[in-house]
Design a protein around this ligand. Sequence first.
Ligand code: PMP
Ligand code: GLN
Length: 378
Amino acid sequence: FQSKLPNTKVTIFSRMTALAQAHQAINLSQGFPDFDLDPRLTSLVTKYLGKGFNQYAPMPGTMELRRVIAEKYRSIYNLNIDAQEEITITAGGTQALYNVIGCLIHPGDEVILFEPAYDSYGPSVQSFGGTVVPIVLEAPDFRIDWDLVKNKISSKTKLIIINNPNNPTGRLLDAQDIKALEKLFSEHDIFVLSDEVYEHLVFDRKKHISILSSSLLRERGFVVASFGKVLHATGWKLGYVVASPFLTAEMRKIHQFNVFSVNTPMQYAIAEYLEDPTYYEKLALLFQQKRDYVINSLRNSKFSTLPCEGTYFILADYSELSNQDELDFAIALTEKHKTATIPVSAFYSEAKNQHLIRLCFAKKEETLEAALRNLSRL
Ligand code: PMP
Ligand code: GLN
C-alpha cells in the first residue's frame, strides 16, 4: 500500500481530547462549546423532523438556508451574494475546504499557506497531489510579510489559503493585509481560499474583513464558513462555501460526488433560527466576556496571554514556568494538572517551540473557573 499521506497522524485534537478523557482533565484543547444549544433551535429541528423534511436536500442546499445566508451578507457587509448560484451548503467547514481544494488542485500545483495553519489544509492539498509552500509566522504578532509572500509565488502557484480570524493565533487581517493580497492578485493569476469560520467571533468592536468585499478577490476567491461555530453545534457538521457562479459550478462538481447534499431537517431549522440578524452581535459579546474572564484570571498566574481579537481560542505563554517543548508541556499539564490544551507547534510543519499553548474558552463559566484554578496553581 502506498500511502497518500505518509506523514499524517491522528490529529492533535483527537489526541488531546482522548488524553483529557483518560486523565479526567478539563478539556480546553479541541475547539467545541460545552454548553447546550438554544432550546428554540433544538425544537426547530424537532419541528422539521416531524413535518417530514427527511429526504435528500437539493444538491447545493435548501433555498431557504441559502437565502438567509445571502441576507446575512447583505445586512452585515452590504454585499449582494446570489443565493442560487454563489452559495453551497456543505458538511461543515472541513468538507467545504476539501471541495474547494479538490476543484482547484492538480498534481504539481503549489499552495501557499501561513503557519501556524489549521491542520486540514496541508493534507487536503497533498491528497490531490499539490505541494504545500508554508510561510512561517511568529509570535507574538504573527504578521504577514507580503514581500516574502510575493517572493514565494512561482509559475506553479495555484492557491493561497488564509484563515481570518485565525485559529490558533486569534488575530485578524486588517485592511492593509487585504490590500496587499489584492496587489498580488493584480500581478498573478492565482486563487484564494479564505477560511472565515470565525467571522462572527470578533471582539472589541473590531470588524471582520471578508475577501468578498474586494471585487478582485471575489472573482478568484472562495469563502468557507461553518455553522458549528455560530450555533454552538460543532457536531452538526454543517457549513457552506461562497464563490462566484463559475467557481461555484466547478466546486459543485466535486461536492455532488463527495456528499451530494447534507442534512435536510437541520438546514430548515437553521434557516428559520438565523432569520434574526442581531443574533451575531450577541454571539460576539458572549465570547468576548469569556475571553476577558480568561485574560483576567490568568493575570495573577505564571502564564501570560497573547492578544486575542477573534475566535474562541487564546494563546498562553508558559516560558516563566518551563522550558519544555510545547507537546510535552501540554501532555504534562493534562496528566498532572488536569487541564488539556493544544501545543501551538502542532500547527507548524517543522518543529518549533515558542512556549505557547492554545486554550479554548468556548466553555461554561464553571468549566473555565475550574481550569483557571488549575492553571493559576502552577
Ligand atoms: N477551519 C478552521 C480554522 C477551524 O477551526 C475549523 C474547526 N474548528 C474548521 C475549519 C472546520 O469546521 P467544521 O467543524 O465545520 O468542519
Ligand atoms: N477546529 C477545531 C479546533 O481547532 C477542531 C476540529 C477537529 O477536531 N477536527 O480545535
